[in-house]
Design a protein around this ligand. Structure first.
Ligand SMILES: *[C@@H]1O[C@H](CO)[C@@H](O)[C@H](O)[C@H]1NC(C)=O
Ligand SMILES: *[C@@H]1O[C@H](CO)[C@@H](O)[C@H](O)[C@H]1NC(C)=O
Ligand SMILES: *[C@@H]1O[C@H](CO)[C@@H](O)[C@H](O)[C@H]1NC(C)=O
Length: 973
């Protein structure tokens, strides 16, 4: 259609971008609508609008969608619109079923004599083969020595690196250094407990994200780790070979290979373009992805959010996402950030503010002069945190800082195009300019000066103390009776000073003296700026003539080789060393700090004076007096503040008003004198750290991983399915693919497979966890000669429809009214036998009996899961009659050709006196239209509402699902 622009409903909006610097580019210019409402739209709505204009085809996307978005002021929260994102981002876990479906579609079309090469993703797709497979097998075990690694995939071994983080620190993320790249569950309880292996990956969408967009990976790793990774790759071979075949065969798909050291989040950024080019036009980038960190890129002005498996598959196949036009909260940032606040303080401060604002389900867009103070990594971190404050996305329109950031991934040339283009459609922001402010649904304001740096302690991470109140707080703690905030030191003993000798010199210890200081990049490594700030502070301290007292046990635990690398490149390492901060190791195992004992004389002095000595460290946990039992107060602080307290030698200090020490000329030196400015940190971060991270990533992407490169895979258009494989199998979605669409057939004489109550979740419908030893799936796997320890999880076997169909409704928590007890069983009504759900369905199918499901309210709630619709489809379920449906699950049912039918208001199975053992006939008219009432009869008859929302839904149902719809559309090519 786009070749003939005159036919395009918005062809008159096409404009060209011209300059001597680059070739002419064409684009749709919404400004040519000459509609005053355009300039009042929030920027994120402008992105939606442009896409809708460009993709308007009268079927998937209608001119009404364009009008609705333009009329956003009135239509927000009401109109449903269709949105076609610029690309899809899949990770391997969700990528497997989607790509397996496409491969099966090729088979089906080839059987009908159609060229299988026609089957490709329609929407550009990035498939990142990186982390889920690893989660699948390795989890925390990878961090232990090989001997602790259980062969039965996914068994977890508690390694010291994986202790659950203490409660109360969850908002600061819980992830540890030395953690696998892209393996984000690292230190969370879920991934280290005995939860079945597939689960942690399967629930990613619903996981709260961790704090960090930048996971830094070790440059050089211990041999054992590399060996483990190789083992893992070998065990994943079948699936990797499949992905490799995909990468060779399909057009429009970019497979990012499993480079063992690739940083997942950087991948995301590496793939980011801000402006995309395709079909002869340039347009703003936008994305939907199955990755829980998809929202991160909104920090770079790219609109995107996470979706479920079938939705992403549907987008990949060319279908738009439908959404209710969202409300957009404008978050106005004013004021200046306290210079002592680090990036982490800032991010957490903003997150907290947004959480209190109650944003639930809305879009947030940042504006106001304060935004200029946030670096690109800060923005992506804030955007990444949006599940924390329950926003759908947190959008930062592109400005100079964003452009600066894209220097790492783009050429100067493309940056010019990008800037000109964004300016020409008014998608470029100068945050300082208030004249161009959009109208938001509501505005919340945040004064950035309210962000006060804190430390936590002296005993628990949740006890936060503003740095300015530290001295006061410590003195209070001395007075208070023994407890979380008390040491009960009598007044007369509070001034105790104990002199002692260390390496021939005399020193004094007092209450509040720092004896351990550890700069650890446990949570902090994610945002390089904080470690850099510590390094730059060290440099300035040394230059000012300050030192750290030699009896203080100091250590530097960078978290990964990369941190060391950038501390080194930025030239601060020698200064850190000078202050005693030597690299002592990597990884969270080292979070316990320095393993070397305190000097004997220090311990003696502490005992002698019964002193409250202090440890200061920048980890995110372990306030359990584990440092050393003679240290009673432990504070967590940002890396630069750890440096500061180490230099001061005490926590009983007001860093704002009291000097840290004196220089060689005897002059007082205050913290403010040596605190690195934001500009310095930023400069080093942008130019050294991020630049080198991108450089490294680029070279890795070019090189690829050795394992991947050496992996053999077929060159054929059709995938050579291995009948022995238990991970990858050609699914039977296309088994009865006819060329012609049948007219809709009524569903006649259907039995209810299940009679369910309220709130049946996708986890009941398609559990992702372990495969029970007595289950239909287990029988199948045993027939393939697998032992229970080789079963792996349902989540890991998503590429095998035989396992997944058998796993449908295999939840032990399923409550089925047909059998009156909990469990994955049902009544085969004609025979009266109680069977596994799969076996009953199989019998019905053998006898040619269609199936339905009866359910209560909110059927299909919980996280979005593709197999929760695919499974029932393969079991032979034709319709679900429920009181209400979870919205995304309803879409999924329609996408699989299952009719979502709703009892009329006030009615349900009980009010209609259904016992669930009747046979049902659902009358489906030839001329089915959206939202039509259908007559259902079981002897008596009642009406139900068919929840087909639009023509597209009806078309999918008529075709037996989107897969068949797309396959048939290829016949006509
Ligand atoms: C932000 O707060 C600071 C300190 O309370 C105040 O001085 C400043 O005027 C405020 N800025 C704005 C724009 O409200
Ligand atoms: C988040 O928002 C959703 C949708 O608006 C709401 O239903 C839910 O209760 C909110 N959750 C929290 C934790 O605020
Ligand atoms: C960071 O530095 C870049 C130049 O290197 C500059 O464009 C940008 O405005 C700075 N950002 C902040 C937050 O200071």
């Amino acid at each position: 259609g786009l070749l003939f622009c005159t036919e395009h409903p918005f062809g008159h909006l096409i404009d060209t971008l011209q300059s001597e610097q680059y070739e002419e580019r064409r684009y749709f210019n919404p400004q040519k609508l000459s509609d005053v409402r355009y300039e009042k739209l929030p920027f994120c709505m402008r992105v939606l609008l442009e896409s809708t204009i460009r993709k308007c085809d009268g079927f998937y996307i209608k001119t009404d969608d364009v009008s609705s978005i333009l009329d956003w002021q009135k239509q927000q929260n009401q109109a449903e619109i269709a949105f076609s994102p610029a690309r899809v981002l899949l990770q391997d876990f969700t990528g497997i079923p989607a790509m397996v479906d496409l491969a099966a579609m090729r088979d089906a079309l080839a059987k009908q004599g159609v060229d299988p090469n026609l089957v490709n993703p329609r929407c550009p797709t990035d498939l990142i083969v990186d982390h889920s497979l690893q989660i699948d097998y390795s989890k925390c075990a990878i961090q232990g020595p090989p001997s602790t690694m259980d062969e039965s995939h996914g068994a977890t071994v508690r390694s010291p690196a994986c202790r659950p983080s203490p409660r109360g620190s969850s908002s600061s993320g819980s992830h540890c250094a030395g953690q696998r790249p892209g393996h984000r569950g690292g230190c969370t309880k879920a991934s280290c407990s005995d939860a079945p292996s597939g689960r942690s990956a399967a629930v990613q969408i619903e996981n709260t994200p961790l704090l960090c967009p930048f996971h830094l990976q070790p440059v050089s790793e211990p041999d054992t780790m590399i060996r483990n990774q190789e083992m893992e790759l070998i065990r994943n071979k079948e699936r990797l070979q499949f992905f490799k075949w995909c990468s060779k065969t399909f057009k429009n798909i970019n497979v990012v290979p499993p480079d063992i050291n690739t940083v997942h989040q950087l991948n995301l950024e590496y793939l980011c373009q801000v402006v995309q080019e395709g079909e002869g036009f340039i347009y703003p980038d936008s994305v939907v992805g199955t990755d829980s960190h998809t929202t991160m890129i909104n920090g770079l002005g790219i609109l995107g959010w996470g979706v479920g498996g079938i939705e992403s598959e549907a987008v990949m196949l060319g279908q738009p996402v439908s959404l209710t036009l969202p409300q957009v909260v404008g978050c106005k940032l004013v004021g200046t950030i306290n210079p002592l606040a680090t990036s982490i303080d800032t991010v957490l401060g903003i997150t907290k503010h947004l959480r209190q604002a109650g944003i639930g389900g809305k879009f947030v867009e940042f504006f106001g002069p304060g935004v200029q103070q946030l670096s690109a990594p800060d923005r992506t971190t804030i955007a990444n945190m949006c599940p924390e404050y329950n926003a759908t996305v947190s959008f930062f329109p592109v400005d100079d800082i964003t452009l600066q950031h894209f220097k790492h991934t783009s050429t100067d040339h493309t940056l010019v195009v990008l800037e000109d283009y964004l300016k020409s459609i008014k998608l470029f922001r100068s945050y300082g300019d208030q004249s161009e402010e959009p109208q938001y649904s509501e505005v919340i304001e945040m004064n950035l000066s309210s962000i006060v740096p804190h430390v936590s302690g002296p005993k628990r991470p949740q006890d936060r103390v503003a740095v300015t109140c530290m001295k006061e707080d410590f003195i209070n703690c001395l007075n208070e009776k023994v407890g979380f905030k008390g040491f009960h030191i009598s007044k007369e003993k509070q001034a105790t000073q104990v002199p002692f000798l260390h390496e021939g010199a005399e020193y004094n210890l007092a209450h509040g003296s720092v004896v351990i200081a550890a700069v650890i990049s446990c949570t902090n490594n994610c945002n390089p700026s904080v470690m850099l700030a510590a390094g730059l502070l060290a440099k300035k301290a040394v230059e000012a003539g300050l030192m750290v007292k030699p009896y203080i046990r100091t250590s530097l635990v960078p978290g990964s080789g990369t941190v060391t690398h950038y501390l080194n490149t930025s030239g601060v390492l020698p200064y850190l060393r000078k202050l005693g901060f030597e690299v002592v190791g990597y990884g969270c195992a080292t979070c316990v700090g320095n393993t070397a004992p305190l000097p004997e004389s220090v311990v003696e002095a502490i005992k002698q004076g019964d002193l409250v000595a202090c440890g200061v460290l920048s980890g995110n946990r372990h306030l359990e007096g584990r440092l050393c039992d003679c240290i009673r107060a432990n504070y967590l602080a940002s890396p630069p503040l750890v440096m500061a307290y180490a230099i001061a030698g005490t926590v009983s200090i007001n860093l704002e008003t009291e000097p840290l020490g004196v220089n060689s000329e005897g002059k007082d030196v205050y913290l403010r004198d040596i605190w690195p400015s934001k500009e310095e940190v930023n400069h080093t971060e942008e130019n050294i750290v991020i630049a080198s991270m991108f450089k490294e990533l680029r070279s890795r992407m070019e090189k690829g991983s050795t394992f991947w490169n050496s992996l053999e895979s077929a060159e054929s258009a059709l995938f050579p399915w291995d009948p022995k494989s238990t991970y990858i199998r050609c699914p039977s979605f296309f088994s009865k693919l006819s060329k012609e669409v049948c007219t809709p057939q009524s569903i006649e004489g259907a039995y209810p497979l299940l009679f369910l109550g309220d709130k049946v979740t996708t986890d009941h419908i398609s559990p992702a966890g372990s495969i029970a030893r007595v289950s239909a799936a287990a029988k199948y796997l045993q027939s393939k000669r697998l032992t229970p320890r080789e079963f792996n999880s349902y989540g890991a076997r998503r590429g095998n429809d035989a396992v997944m169909t058998r796993g449908t409704f295999a939840s032990i928590k399923l409550q089925n009214r047909l059998i009156g007890k909990t469990g994955p069983k049902t009544l085969h009504i004609p025979s009266g036998q109680m069977l596994d759900v799969f076996e009953a369905a199989e019998r019905y199918q053998r006898d040619g009996v269609p199936l339905i499901i009866l359910a209560g309210k909110e059927y299909g709630s919980g996280s979005s899961r593709d197999w929760a619709a695919k499974g029932p489809y393969l079991l032979g379920v034709r319709a679900v009659i429920a009181e209400s449906f979870e919205k995304i699950h309803r879409n999924h049912l329609v996408g699989m050709g299952i009719a979502p039918l709703q009892f009329l208001p006030g009615q349900n199975a009980d009010s209609l006196e259904l016992c669930g053992k009747e046979r049902f006939t659902i009358n489906i008219p030839q001329e089915l239209i959206p939202r039509q009432q259908l007559i259902t009869s079981t002897g008596k008859s009642f009406s139900v509402m068919a929840l087909f929302e639009n023509d597209m839904d009806v078309a999918f149902f008529r075709h037996g699902g989107i897969l068949k719809y797309v396959a048939r559309s290829l016949y006509s090519l």
